[in-house]
Design a binder for this molecule. Structure first.
Ligand code: CAA
Length: 241
């Protein structure tokens, strides 16, 4: 039976690699995107994967977007909450806008999406939810009080929701990528990346988006039904949680 998967933030970076990995594993895949229309069009043209635009931080927009996606693809069996933003600043410079933007997308966005697919998954007795958290939700990171709080929140949400879904055939797991070679990491000042971050990674390099895609395919499988509430660290040995 072909399962339908939705990947939020799925046209660039880690999300794009996840969408392609799921498609190659024979899932019927749709991607959500919000900001970058041009990158989305390019991704969808190149891959043939349909894209749907909405802002995950807006509950009503999620409801409308998911309606369109399910009309096109069928009910959502697999939800990958990957959409995320950074607004890095030292705490003494962090504004309420920077805090709210990151909590809104990276934590409330996960609530919105899970809440809207949850009833259907319960009714059908099957679901796979994979929340893309971060190493910085596990260990904290200078300059990322907002991001670390949201990503730690995603891990708590995962653990609580996993317990609620367990008897309904729904698994909920989190993946915590370390520093992966994406535009998000490229926006870190080069000196900070080279002097502070890379030396802390025992494997000695940034991760690749495909290395995260593999883990999502593993968790999305029918056979992964006994794995729930877990937090998978994929960080080149930078942090053992
Ligand atoms: N611990 C404590 N203090 C530190 C520090 C550390 N590790 N590193 C620097 N500081 C201090 C500095 O000494 C300085 O102190 P003073 O003001 O007293 O001199 C202070 O912090 C500010 O330093 P800067 O002048 O460098 O601050 P800035 O405002 O120019 O830049 C920043 C701050 C924007 C946070 C910048 O350092 C930065 O971008 N850091 C990278 C943050 C990061 O790792 N982001 C991850 C993005 S990728 C991602 O999020 C994906 C994922 O999931 C992994």
């Amino acid at each position: 039976m072909q399962r339908t998967a939705i990947v939020t933030g799925g046209t660039r970076g880690i999300g794009a690699a996840i969408a392609i990995a799921l498609r190659d594993a024979k899932f019927k895949v749709g991607v959500n995107y919000c900001g970058n229309e041009e990158a989305a069009r390019r991704f969808c043209d190149e891959t043939g994967i349909p894209g749907f635009r909405w802002d995950v931080s807006d509950y009503a927009a999620c409801a409308e977007g998911l309606k369109q996606a399910t009309e096109a693809l069928g009910p959502v069996d697999v939800l990958v909450n990957n959409a995320g933003i950074t607004r890095d600043a030292m705490f003494h410079k962090m504004t309420p806008e920077q805090w709210n933007a990151v909590i809104g997308t990276n934590l409330t966005g996960v609530f919105n999406m899970c809440r809207l697919v949850w009833d259907g998954m319960r009714e059908r007795g099957f679901g796979r939810i994979v929340n893309i958290s971060s190493i910085n939700g596990q260990k904290g990171q200078v300059g990322q009080v907002n991001y670390s709080a949201a990503k730690a929140g995603d891990i708590g949400l995962t653990k609580a929701l996993a317990q609620e879904g367990a008897r309904k055939g729904i698994t909920v797991n989190a993946i915590c990528p370390g520093y992966i070679g994406t535009e998000m990491v490229a926006s870190i000042p080069a000196e900070v990346l080279e002097r502070q971050i890379l030396p802390q990674i025992p494997v000695g390099r940034l991760g690749t988006p495909e290395e995260i895609g593999r883990a999502v395919v593993f968790l999305a499988a029918e056979e992964a039904g006994y794995m729930t509430g877990a937090t998978l660290s994929i960080n080149g040995g930078q942090y053992f949680a």
